[in-house]
Design a protein around this ligand. Sequence first.
Ligand code: MLT
Length: 409
Amino acid sequence: MITINENYLKLQDSYLFSTIAKKVEEFTKNNPDKKVIKLGIGDVTMPIAPAVIEAIHKAADEMMKKETFRGYGPEQGYDFLREKIVEHDYKKRGIQIEKDEIFVSDGAKCDTGNIGEIFGKDNKVAITDPVYPVYLDTNVMAGRTGEYDEKTDTYDGVIYMPATAQNNFVPELPNTKVDMIYLCLPNNPTGTVLTKQELTKWVKYAKENKAIILFDSAYEAFIQEDNVPHSIYEIEGAKEVAIEFRSFSKTAGFTGVRCAYTVVPKELRGYTKNGEEVSLNKLWNRRQCTKFNGVPYITQRAAEAVYSEEGQKQIKENINYYMENARIILEGLKEAGYEVFGGKNAPYIWLKVPNGYTSWGFFDYLLEKANVVGTPGVGFGPSGEGYFRLTAFGSRENTKEAIKRIKEI
Ligand code: MLT
């Protein structure tokens, strides 16, 4: 008899964005005449930069010729891309990262989900609340949590660190000892950030507790203000305690192309039950070599082109476009009387739902009355209840129209 991984039975019915998609599909079926504007899932709408497309064509042509054809590539990514990453994303910021600390992959969602494989099942997990659902769900799957408690909307054994308007979206350090800490900055879903000083406290905590910080900086390219770290390695000592996840998805419109990378510094150590030190870089390398055959050559050439002069210019134009959308949403909602957060260093706007509504209640109301789709805050965790997320990744036209409709209801 084949048995199953029963941890999966602890998961909630469906993944947040699938639930939303289903609801929207039903609404559209019942209201075929309504033009629904989707500002729910953070998916980009601007086409890929011309410099990147050019590189894709060139790489595709190479695949056509015997002399330049490529089969399996290195599981960790091609040197041409890893070198660009080291140079542009780290060296330019004064951070020393080596090529073999970079692991190119097909997405930060996979990496943040898969990374748990190299850690023991008994580790105590801490997540900020609200949080990108992948961190929690993958730990549930791995058996690192207890059962789900419907009353509190929490899993047993997980440390939830609220980040709400009350604490200005600065979560407090856990008051117990934890081992795996997930931080996402700029934050998805709240769109808020931490300063260098604030992030320094987390690095210190991780050092003192021999914990690891799993730092998702998929949205770093949207940072506009100084004193907001783009990388956790800007903090002294972070290379001893943090793994960093980066993605080309939002930075360069790769949500459909698929390319990301993870930095696992060689200084990083995990421990056996007997207290022996083990290199996490070695473990992750072993995992990738066994389970992953690398990102397609064509895709890596596309990612490389993001770092060219033209590529940089073109992706910045797109980022500015989205950040102008964010400004339009922020200002528009403020004028409409909403309390709003985020949106200054991130493409997400986090708003307080009007009194008397739950997050899902407001989702239904907005869909029904304004035909606008957002994401209910509670879908990201219990502290997200009473909040709602809108993304700035829509087209300008749709963004303006959505705000106009929200103002009118
Ligand atoms: C989101 O909407 O939170 C993101 O698009 C989801 C993702 O990046 O997987």
